[in-house]
Write a protein that binds this ligand. Structure first.
Ligand SMILES: [Fe+2]
Length: 284
């Protein structure tokens, strides 16, 4: 298609800003690097450090394989308000659910077994992938628990299951469109596509109910969440293991709660990329 528009002086070609295949790899320059290349007032070392961090995150990290694999399975879903489709999992120095926006995938701490997309409205992402680029020096093992084991453990407490099937407010981690509620209302245990499903991240629920005018968690809700978390913590057979560099794992995000053990790296490696993640809505 010809992008020349009539009326532009001297045959200047107007920039074509329509979305294309490069969109997933475009990185807006800001911070020290943007300043160095623009006003030039930043020290070259600061700009170099930022540039090297970008290279570490984005160059030859194997995301092409991940994107190709994910697209074979269905539609890749945006993972935040910015439309991120391949999320970099690394220690960004935050605690789980810290502040208004930090997420599990930004921290190095463990526990808090959860499903991905707990901060987003239903339907939940059916699948997610993790591509391991390196292992942490210590810790960082994945832990998995299946919904059917949780429901079986709660089968003698129908009141708890009933409460978990009613609505809770989950904090949106700042991803809500402007002017909309900072929480999303949905059950913890629900049905999607004709099958039982779970969406859970305890600290997002607690933060959701701390937003005025959202009511506090009721005694029944607190009891149900405590009971659920006690079942998760007491699971005798969590599947635990470490992904190896280059391994790509595919997870059923409707049935599996996942988490990891706390990890630790040598200081010079502590903020480097560990995993790349996609969320997928299955097609067909
Ligand atoms: Fe996760």
């Amino acid at each position: 298609m010809n992008n020349l528009r009539s009326g532009l002086p001297g045959g200047i070609m107007e920039h074509d800003l329509s979305p294309d295949a490069f969109n997933a790899s475009r990185i807006p320059l800001s911070g020290a690097l943007g300043d160095f290349l623009g006003a030039g007032s930043t020290a070259p070392e600061d700009a170099r450090r930022e540039l090297m961090a970008l290279v570490d995150e984005h160059v030859d990290a194997g995301s092409g394989v991940l994107v190709g694999f994910s697209r074979l399975l269905g539609e890749m879903l945006p993972q935040d308000n910015e439309g991120t489709q391949v999320r970099v999992v690394r220690d960004r120095g935050t605690a789980i659910g810290e502040g208004a926006r930090a997420r599990y995938s930004d921290s190095r701490f463990g526990g808090n077994l959860h499903t991905d997309g707990a901060e987003a409205p239903l339907p939940a992402p059916e699948l997610f992938t993790l591509l391991c680029t390196r292992q942490a020096d210590v810790g960082g093992a994945l832990e998995l628990i299946h919904l059917r084991d949780i429901v079986a453990a709660l089968s003698d407490q129908p009141d708890v299951l009933d409460t978990l099937r009613a609505h809770f407010h989950f904090d949106r981690r700042g991803d809500q469109p402007e002017g909309e509620s900072p929480t999303v209302r949905k059950p913890v245990i629900f049905e999607q596509g004709g099958r039982a499903a779970i969406t859970h991240l305890r600290s997002y629920i607690e933060k959701g109910h701390a937003h005025p005018p959202v009511p506090d968690l009721s005694a029944a809700q607190l009891h149900a969440l405590d009971t659920l978390d006690a079942v998760i913590a007491s699971d005798e057979h969590p599947r635990t293991g470490k992904l190896r560099p280059g391994e790509l794992a595919l997870f059923d995000n409707l049935s599996l709660l996942h988490g990891r053990t706390e990890f630790q790296d040598e200081p010079d490696r502590s903020r480097l990329l560990l995993l790349l993640r996609t969320w997928i809505r299955r097609s067909g």
